[in-house]
Structure formats: structure tokens, C-alpha cells
Design a protein around this ligand. Structure first.
Ligand code: ADP
Ligand code: NI
Length: 201
């Protein structure tokens, strides 16, 4: 099987596995991460095959959908071993998938260039217009308000911008990632300024 065919088959498999994840964390997120990762790759380098496979598989066993246990690495290995993927490539992709997430960033083993590219692409999807929408959707799903009048300390979507999203720009690994994160953060800050002026926060 050639690389293009492997990518097409893995994509179909991931689409099936994520069918019930819903917007924000469904296959739409995966498609955006693949596309940003390949865009970053043109400038930052790295093996495009490993990058695309890792981007496709990075959330395939997300803990939120597996009783709090992160299973993306093990599911990625299962999926890839069904196709004729070389074992070094499987090991590389599994390593990327297992060390990507924000939550694991302190424990994470250092990522390869390919891993750093995919990590930037995943982080970009939490920023900009799409980042605003995903924060609101996450809040809806968790019953968390976007803001709580008179209580800036309350857990809220707005609080999440400050606690996590505005830190991402400084964590980007690659030059194109930093640049794109900067543009997206500027847009979010303009949104928040407008929002805060409307609700008099
Ligand atoms: P991923 O695994 O794709 O990196 P997460 O699962 O951490 O992303 O989060 C999915 C989306 O929900 C992101 O856009 C993120 O910013 C948003 N999100 C995560 N935690 C919160 C929270 N506590 N409040 C609001 N939005 C959140
Ligand atoms: Ni993701």
C-alpha cells in the first residue's frame, strides 16, 4: 500500500472512531489540525507522512471519551498495524501522539520535529475564531457559563482565555506556529475587548 492510500485508509478509520465525539472535538478538529500541520511543515520541515498520520490520530482515544483514561497511543498503534506501515514509523507516530497534549506537557518526553509541528497545529485550533467557538461549545457541553457577572474568579469560558489560551502563543515550537498563534491571539483579544465593553466588565 502506498503512503497516500495508507493516509486515506487511516483517515476513514479515524472518522469512524470519532463519529460520536461531536463538534469541537470531532473529525472537523482533526481536519483542521492536519491542514495547519501540513502548512507549518512547508516552512518548519519534518517528514510530512509522519506529521499527517500523527495529526490524524492525535485525539483518537481522548480521555474525555474513554472514562478518563488516555488511549490515543494504543489505538493509534492498533490502527496503523492493520496497514503496511513500517514499524519505525508506527513507533514514531505513537510517541508523538502520547506526548502531545497540554495536560501532559510537564511529563512529556521531548517531542521530535514532527511532534512539535503537530503540537503547534493542535494548539492553533484552540486560538482565533475557531478557538472562541470551541470554548463556547465546551462550556455548553459542561454546563459552564461563558462569563459570570460580578465574579471574575468564577470558572468560565472567559476565564479559560486567560488561564490557558493566552499562554499558548508563548509555548509554540515553530516560527510559523508562533506567527499564526500571534495573529489568532490578537483576534481573540479584540473579541474580548469588544465583549467586555458591551457587558461592562
Ligand atoms: P485538544 O485535546 O484538542 O488539544 P482540549 O480537549 O483540551 O483540546 O479542549 C478542547 C477545546 O475546549 C479547546 O478549544 C479548549 O480551549 C476548550 N476547553 C478546554 N477546557 C476548557 C475549559 N475549562 N473551559 C472552556 N473551554 C475549554
Ligand atoms: Ni486535538
Amino acid at each position: 500500500m502506498c503512503n497516500l492510500e495508507i493516509l486515506a485508509r487511516v483517515k476513514m478509520e479515524v472518522q469512524k472512531l470519532l463519529a460520536n465525539y461531536g463538534a469541537g472535538h470531532g473529525f472537523d478538529h482533526i481536519e483542521r489540525v492536519v491542514s495547519s500541520a501540513l502548512k507549518i511543515q512547508t516552512e518548519a520541515g519534518g517528514d510530512p507522512f509522519v506529521i499527517e498520520l500523527s495529526a490524524l490520530l492525535h485525539d483518537v482515544g481522548d480521555a474525555k471519551f474513554h472514562d478518563g483514561v488516555e488511549r490515543s497511543g494504543e489505538i493509534s498503534r492498533q490502527v496503523l498495524s492493520e496497514f503496511s506501515v513500517a514499524s519505525e514509523i508506527i513507533d514514531h507516530v505513537v510517541h508523538v501522539v502520547e506526548n502531545l497534549s497540554f495536560r501532559k506537557r510537564h511529563a512529556a518526553e521531548s517531542l521530535s520535529l514532527e511532534g512539535r509541528v503537530v503540537q503547534d497545529a493542535d494548539r492553533l485550533d484552540a486560538l482565533g475564531a475557531i478557538g472562541i467557538i470551541r470554548t463556547i461549545e465546551f462550556g455548553e457541553a459542561m454546563g459552564q457559563p461563558f462569563y459570570v457577572p460580578g465574579d471574575p474568579e468564577a470558572k468560565s469560558g472567559l476565564g479559560h482565555f486567560y488561564e490557558k489560551l493566552f499562554k499558548l502563543r508563548g509555548l509554540m515550537n515553530t516560527e510559523p506556529g508562533k506567527r499564526m498563534a500571534g495573529e489568532r491571539e490578537d483576534f481573540m483579544r479584540a473579541f474580548i475587548r469588544q465583549f467586555e465593553s458591551e457587558v461592562n466588565l
